[in-house]
Design a protein around this ligand. Structure first.
Ligand code: 5GP
Length: 201
């Protein structure tokens, strides 16, 4: 049975992964978003069930206990996890699924599903990342410096990924993501039935 492909996208804060994914998901490509569960507080503009499934810590612990999460992690004092059933259902319907998760989660997914395709989004330069974080104007200087330091550490883990995309110009980065999704679908290992059908007529 042909199944969808599992994609994982990670990037340090300020690299624009949310916007790239948002744009890619609007395109007519076979790419479906896995909505994570989290215990963090809902932010302005977020919608429960769309941005995240917002849970209490008790509810989240229950999900872990019932093995409902494919992976989970604690990040900045909050729990985040990927609901197993939604992902498995989509994959078995031949839908490609994308997880937008941090680096530890991505590494865990790769261990469990070596065929998962890991994509890392890079800023054009550290200077540009610093400029973007300042432009957001949502954090004070100390927090920005902390984020830049964290970004440097995270960027060094890009080597564990299968693909890297530089988010210089948004449209180009979305094109690059769409190209990866498309190319992965042509893998021989995913098309053995097609080959057999052509051979056997
Ligand atoms: P935020 O709170 O800013 O939405 O997300 C914080 C970090 O958690 C981001 O790097 C985001 O990609 C990551 N994240 C979101 N959902 C999940 C998840 O289900 N699992 C893991 N491991 N990380 C997640």
């Amino acid at each position: 049975m042909k199944r969808g492909i599992l994609f994982v996208v990670s990037a340090p804060a300020g690299c624009g992964k949310d916007t790239i994914l948002e744009q890619a998901l609007k395109r007519d490509i076979n790419l479906h978003y896995s909505v994570s569960a989290t215990t963090r507080a809902i932010r302005v503009g977020e919608v429960d069930g769309v941005s995240y499934h917002f849970k209490t810590r008790e509810e989240f612990q229950q999900m872990i206990a019932e093995n409902q999460l494919l992976e989970h992690t604690e990040y900045c004092g909050n729990f985040y996890g990927t609901p197993r059933k939604a992902v498995e259902d989509m994959l078995s319907e031949e839908k490609n699924v994308v997880l937008k998760i941090e680096i530890e989660g991505a590494a865990n997914v790769k261990k469990m599903f070596p065929e998962a395709v890991l994509i890392f989004i890079l800023p054009p330069s550290m200077e540009e990342l610093s400029r973007r974080l300042h432009k957001r104007g949502t954090e004070d200087e100390e927090t920005i410096q902390k984020r830049l330091l964290q970004a440097r550490t995270e960027l060094s883990r890009a080597k564990e990924y299968d693909y890297v995309i530089v988010n210089g110009e948004l449209e180009k980065a979305v094109d690059d993501l769409a190209a990866i999704v498309s190319a992965e679908g042509f893998r021989e290992s995913l098309n053995t039935e097609l080959i057999d059908r052509i051979i056997n007529g």
